[in-house]
Design a protein around this ligand. Structure first.
Ligand code: MN
Length: 336
């Protein structure tokens, strides 16, 4: 059981009649699963809820939305489309930039905003905030909130929250998969989740393009810092050659963590708009959120991201030297 205080969040939700749920751009399994689970839970309490995304729903998560795919905010977004909501719930981010393009709009609505998040950085964008950086996933926090409420959880809602937790813990492999995580996973199984089915939906439905992209990413692999840092990169050309979408990079970085000597991993991806997206992972000791923050990004101790201008080579040089410094500070033998 968690030690967070859910009372304010519950007060906020119990007053609501019609809730708009949203999350960060490039939504992942945790944000989408949390949003879907929250929507189901609210429904079970007679509160209507609609999920609105700031960017496209990746196909691989369509299985979470069997009834209706969530709407996507577009540039021609109109205020009229949002009429009727009395409360906003934001899951899996507390940062303004990650909510574009709808942040200013949501602010101008003057509605209560409940933020449920587990990232280290927060810009206090909510009127009520449920923040717990020790939670492995927002899906875990939503599951706990439902238990305290108590709100009925359907098999579909449980599947969504299980997907959220499984995604952010790398299928319960990362060190954040603690007893609290397993405790809620057990509850979700009791509510009807079939883990094998979720596993297949999440990890065994890749496109051939994604596998080709993985091949190119592995082909780019370089090791630095005496084998402790793995670096892979993908250019726009790699996406073209493998016929993969920009959204199909998810999880590729973890492959390099399979190398025994590797402690930290970096993946550099050339974006459509020519900036470089950098993803960081770490097995231990190196706090990659701190490194990402130096480049204007953020995240968790063991998984973080940032966006850099310039070429892949320039970005790589900066990142490798920042991580080398971090190795030296931490006393890891990989630093010089
Ligand atoms: Mn998350």
């Amino acid at each position: 059981m968690s030690s967070i205080d859910f009372s304010e969040a519950l007060d906020c939700l119990k007053k609501a009649q019609s809730v708009l749920i949203s999350c960060h751009v490039r939504p992942d399994g945790d944000s989408l699963g949390s949003a879907a689970g929250m929507a189901q839970m609210l429904g079970s309490q007679g509160i209507s809820a609609e999920i609105i995304l700031p960017s496209e729903l990746p196909d691989r998560y369509a299985f979470l939305f069997e009834q209706a795919r969530p709407r996507v905010v577009t540039d021609d977004w109109r205020r009229a489309q949002l009429r009727g909501f009395d409360t906003v719930v934001i899951v899996d981010t507390s940062v303004r930039a990650q909510l574009e393009p709808q942040y200013d709009f949501l602010k101008s609505c003057n509605l209560p905003v409940l933020v449920i998040d587990h990232h280290l950085e927060s810009e206090n964008i909510g009127t009520v905030e449920l923040l717990d950086p020790s939670a492995s996933a927002v899906g875990l926090m939503v599951a706990e909130l439902g238990e305290v409420w108590p709100a009925e959880l359907s098999a579909g809602g449980a599947k969504a929250l299980f997907t959220a937790i499984a995604s952010d813990t790398g299928w319960f492999r990362f060190p954040n998969a603690d007893s609290r995580t397993y405790c809620q996973a057990w509850r979700l199984l009791q509510a009807g989740v079939r883990p094998t089915e979720v596993y297949r939906s999440l990890y065994m439905r890749d496109s051939v393009g994604k596998i080709r992209l993985l091949g190119r990413a592995l082909g780019s692999l370089e090791l630095f810092c005496e084998g402790r840092l793995a670096c892979m990169s993908l250019l726009k050309e790699d996406f073209r050659q493998s016929r993969a979408a920009q959204t199909e990079t998810e999880g590729l970085i973890n492959e390099s963590l399979r190398i025994g000597s590797v402690i930290a991993a970096v993946m550099l991806t050339e974006d459509e708009n020519d900036s470089i997206r950098v993803n960081f992972r770490s097995k231990r000791q190196i706090n990659v959120a701190r490194i990402a923050e130096r480049f204007g990004g953020g995240g968790h101790e063991l998984a973080a991201g940032a966006q850099l201008a310039g070429s892949i080579e320039q970005a790589k040089e900066k990142i490798v030297s920042a991580i080398r410094e971090e190795f030296s500070r931490s006393g890891e033998p990989g630093g010089e």
